[in-house]
Design a protein around this ligand. Sequence first.
Ligand code: DOR
Length: 397
Amino acid sequence: MDILIKNCRVVDETKDFVGDIYIKEGEITHYGKDLNYPCLTIDATNLVAMPAFIDTHAHFREPGFTYKEDIYTGSLAALKGGYTLVNLMANTNPVSSTLEVVDYVLNRSKELDLIDIHQTISITKDFDGKTLEHLDYLDSRVKFISDDGKGIQSNLTMYQAMKKAKEKGLTIIAHEEDEEIVYINTRLSENLMTLRDIYLSKITGASLHLAHVSTKESIEFIRKAKKEVSNLTCEATPHHIALYDLDYNVNPPIRKREDVLAIVEGIKYGIVDVIATDHAPHSIEDKEAGAPGISGLETAFSICYTNLVRTGDISLNRLSQLMSAAPGRLMGINKGKIKAGYDGDIVLLDLDKEFRIDKNDFISKGKNTPFNGMKVYGQVVATIRKGEIKYNGGINY
Ligand code: DOR
């Protein structure tokens, strides 16, 4: 699709100017001032155009738990949140341990033609905590392996998984949780496993991406490690950035104010690479029965914009880097920047729009959010993927 977006503030990790973006046959070819092409034209005066967001961490629950979410509703929720690419975790039923699950998810996503999806494969087969042989049968579509939702308890298994990941060029997304210690101390549980895996990645050379970092100690371990190694990245979630001292069931838990401050410092100084939603939709019944998680795709931008940019902690460029360019680099894909040759994936935002989050407005089946009723700024107005308007929350053209 060819499309011209005119008269907006164009922002990515390095740019910030008022002008236009031209997308031809799905790819960005030109950006600048006073562009004119005979094609579908959007007047985006007073809006900001940023590269659409990329989520390294989401749960769409299909196959197996489609009463919580499915690929269709998850994709629509992603678009409403400004996302055009999500990486899905493996805790489905069956567990995503085989290329059959990858085929199924990617075929469904292709058929829907809404967003792009990467499907993660589990580190251990069916999350059994020990079997790694299935990792010998993957193809180049698989970039990430993770048992997210569960930590790898055995040191030997994680050591061998890292050796295999290094050999096969896979990145390990690590959910850091010691299943014994977590019952007495959730902080120690995360910190111990984080330290172990940073050390294992150092000695194996495997690429390690730490999921949902939530403690000030973990931020400190990562800060120190990054001085020595280049194969370590990490993500923080909007809820661990914006909330503290709150009893809402999510894993890892909402921590203390000092942890939030450490994460925000980590974001400012490049310790945190990526903001990921950990979109974890659940039914009301499952939530009441103790399922941890937050339905996060539809609130991520406004939470981060309100709590990081409007506070003066970071620039909009840096937020774009955290939500688009850096995850794009991690996924090795031509998305996440306003650049010729990159996919024409753009989110249009009304930054001055103030509104209250209402879980009943969510497209996601999961209405589980601690942000319900919260006043925020920055609304997604439209999401464009490869030059096609996939979500329109109010633009005329
Ligand atoms: O709160 C969480 N929910 N944390 C996880 O790691 C898994 C997720 C889920 O799948 O529900």
